[in-house]
Ligand binder design. Structure first.
Ligand code: FDA
Length: 491
């Protein structure tokens, strides 16, 4: 077995990992990043679109795993989208150099300040809104669609119809910023450059236009010369050594998932940025198998960020439907957060099926009043999730209220095309929590009961943030790593 010693290891190359890597590398530290997924830029393999799922569409599966309408069989490949199935909820995650930024819709939403203060009462909100949020919006290249283009572009009929209907039903709408380069999209529309968002590319990757982390934080970190990224390296378990350093058992795989080499890495400082589910798996599995110390708060305050999918069909669409051609990048939302009875935010989501299915799709984000808990089952070697219909009851009530109000004003029925009963309570894109900042960790993400271990990813957020989460994950990572470096944790 190959045995390697390095000073600092980061596990995972999503938002938390990419931010940590950049700031440590800028401070002159040598960093090794271990990522189980593939480096797609280096591999030079194109991403597939929604209509033709190929290599990038699923992590080692025989069938595609889009949230609905999966009719495609696949040859197993280390694709960028994975789904973790639990009894009452399925959780989608990104795999590959760039993590969730490769598969996500790029919606870059800063949380409402009042809710941020409620979720993180101990953080200096003023500093976040004056410094960290503006900083990450710049680093992530967040921009907004041009209103005239939105008005004219046939690919955004679904947004225009969705907003008109929302206004008719008495709801307030909002423009949603994104990391997709809207100037590039305008060129796509004029056929000056290859198409991506206008060619049904999104959850299996975007070949152009989207500023995923490999084009922002990770690129900058690599340019320092201090970062080495090892892809197709999956960390299995972690051991704590007597001298308080860590030993990682790592499997290197090939693109069909076959084991190439067992490796051992030793490091003085370890940063877990494997995403909420990945980080919890590493901590709890290592605890079960190696007596790895974990604080009692680990696994607590998990939530789905209030994710609840729903849709509407029109029998005879007055609007003529949402359009056969749809951009994959959402730019509209309905903001009902300040309604005390039914607080929610919903994205007016595209459904680019290549035909007009006369269906409107919505991903609601609700409060999470009842949190879940994550544990580990040694027999099945997998995570268990204490989460059922009782956790999503209020979210369902909000979705029912929303659909009823929209249908009353605009016509239509609950969508049975997309979900069994018209509701997708079990679809989760935003797993958060389980390793909550200031509870399982100190105020900057250093794990309790450890001297050289840090968590920097979505698991720091206690299950809810009220909007799509990556802007917040990135801002919290910036805040934590800045302070950890200041405190000489990596000296
Ligand atoms: P993230 O999950 O990004 O990265 C973790 C990385 O660690 C992955 O690359 C994984 O492969 C790797 N890893 C895990 N275990 C490992 C191990 N044992 N060894 C080595 N590597 C390991 N959010 C938003 O704000 N706007 C949006 O529009 C969307 N849209 C969206 C769509 C879809 C389909 C999904 C699935 C998700 C979104 N999201 C989103 C959510 C967003 O992408 C998500 O919250 C962040 O990517 C989470 O960032 P993290 O840094 O926590 O981890």
């Amino acid at each position: 077995t190959e045995n390697t010693d390095v000073p600092i290891i980061i596990i995972g190359s999503g938002y938390g990992g990419a931010v940590s890597a950049l700031r440590l590398c800028e401070a002159g530290k040598k960093v090794v990043m271990l990522e189980m997924g593939l480096n797609w830029e280096k591999a030079g393999i194109p991403f597939s679109n929604l209509l033709k799922p190929g290599k990038s569409s699923a992590w080692l599966k025989k069938k595609s795993i889009a949230p609905f309408m999966n009719i495609f069989s696949l040859t197993p490949f280390t694709g960028i989208l994975d789904r973790l199935d639990f009894e009452h909820i399925n959780i989608w995650v990104g795999r590959g150099v760039g993590g969730g930024s490769l598969v996500n819709g790029g919606m870059a939403v800063t949380p409402k300040e009042s809710y941020f203060r409620e979720v993180f009462p101990d953080l200096d909100a003023e500093k976040f809104y004056s410094h960290y949020f503006p900083l990450v919006r710049e680093e992530l290249k967040v921009n907004v669609i041009d209103e005239q283009f939105l008005k004219d572009c046939p690919y955004y009929k679904f947004t225009r119809v969705g907003e008109e209907e929302a206004h008719k039903a008495g709801f307030k709408t909002m423009r949603v910023p994104n990391v997709y380069d809207f100037k590039y999209m305008e060129k796509e529309f004029r056929n000056e450059v290859p198409r991506s968002a206008l060619n049904t590319e999104v959850i299996y990757g975007n070949n152009y236009g989207k500023n995923s982390l490999d084009k922002t934080y990770l690129r900058k970190a690599l340019e320092t010369g201090n970062l080495e990224i090892l892809d197709l390296h999956r960390v299995q378990t972690i051991q704590l050594n007597d001298d308080k350093s860590y030993t990682l058992n790592v499997q290197q795989i090939d693109t069909s998932g076959i084991l190439i080499a067992d490796k051992v890495f030793n490091c003085k400082k370890l940063i877990l940025s494997a995403g909420t589910m990945g980080t919890l798996q590493l901590l709890l599995q290592s605890h079960a198998e190696n007596n790895f110390p974990v604080h009692e708060k680990i696994g607590k305050k998990w939530g789905n960020n209030g994710n609840f999918m729903t849709g509407r069909n029109w029998v005879k669409p007055l609007s003529g439907g949402t359009g056969a051609k749809q951009s994959t990048i959402p730019v509209g939302g309905i903001d009902n957060w300040d309604d005390p009875e039914h607080p929610f935010f919903t994205e007016i989501a595209p459904l680019p099926m290549g035909m007009d299915v006369a269906t409107a799709l919505y991903l609601l984000i609700n409060r999470v009043d009842k949190k879940g808990e994550v544990a580990y089952n040694k027999a099945s070697q997998s995570l268990t999730l204490n989460w059922d219909e009782s956790n999503t009851a209020k979210m369902k009530e909000n979705a029912q209220y929303f659909i009823r109000k929209m249908n009353k004003a605009n016509g239509g029925t609950r969508s049975h095309l997309l979900f069994n009963n018209g509701f997708g309570a079990d679809i989760c894109y935003h797993p958060l929590g389980g390793c909550v900042l200031g509870e399982a960790t100190n105020e900057y993400g250093k794990l309790k009961d450890h001297e050289n271990l840090y968590v920097l990813d979505g698991s720091l957020i206690p299950g809810t943030i009220g909007v799509n989460p990556f802007v917040t994950i990135t801002a919290i990572a910036e805040y934590c790593i800045e302070n950890l470096i200041k405190q000489n944790e990596f000296a």
